[in-house]
Design a binder for this molecule. Sequence first.
Ligand SMILES: [Zn+2]
Length: 313
Amino acid sequence: MLLQEIFKKYSTEAKSKAAFKALRDEQGVVCKKCGNNTHYWKSDKDKYQCKKCEFRTGLRNGTVMEASKLPYQYWMIAMSLVTATKKSFSTMEIQRQLGHKRYEPIWLMMQKIRMSMGNRDDNYQLGGFVEIDEGFFEGQQEKEKDDDKKDKYQAYQNKGKRQVKVLVAASTQPSSKLHKNKSKPKTVVKFIKMKVLDAITKEGINYEVKKHINPQSQAITDGRRVYSDLKNILKGHQSIICEDKKEVSKLFPWVHIAISNAKKMCLGVHHSINKAYMQNYLNEFCYKFNRRYYGAKLLERLLIAAVQKPWYG
Ligand SMILES: [Zn+2]
């Protein structure tokens, strides 16, 4: 959708709210109290009323918009903008496009949209052949209490910059095309996942792998000990010991391409991401990458993800 089409489609609050309600009606509302899924619409109250137990569900309840006081129009436009390009929009740019005075509510809205993208992708596990490696992203971190004790020079050196450790996995399949160019990967990538780790430990990696990779998969990693349990968790694990760094990136081409593109997004659009929110930005990157062939359907899918399930769980 072109930007002018987005602003035309959601040109008023009434149009935006109607579009959101139509989407909720289509996806169905489930009563929180009794689990029934048939409701009356109480237009005077802006609520659905359960046909069985009369419990009322607000139009925003149980969706990404729950507890938000921002207009429906903002949400619909923001979700349209997020899916309109392969690149990302900065919060500042979205705030400017919406003409809203305060930065914080727009920032929070964008974080929630990115969380709902992550929740949706968490419904799926990677399968088949999976490349696994780590990436190091530059992030900011709240000043730690210890920092006050350090000398000024060291505090300056540390100035809140932290490397954020990210586990990156890419499912691939052999390429049917023969490339003359030998540096091109011999596989094609299907789906990717990126998960922020507190530290690179065996336990942390095992946890994420169990959660996000199908046990029938075949993994390929470098030879470090942190990956030594994967042979017990997955059907197959190929561990490659390689001294030459250039060779390593040839062995795991897709995780490295994904890391480099995600870094470009983080540095180019969203400067200085706080470590605590890095996962949300990676969610957006992975969500859009995993649906790169959806075209105009991407917005529809995001809207469904945003109304179907609470963004927080
Ligand atoms: Zn009910």
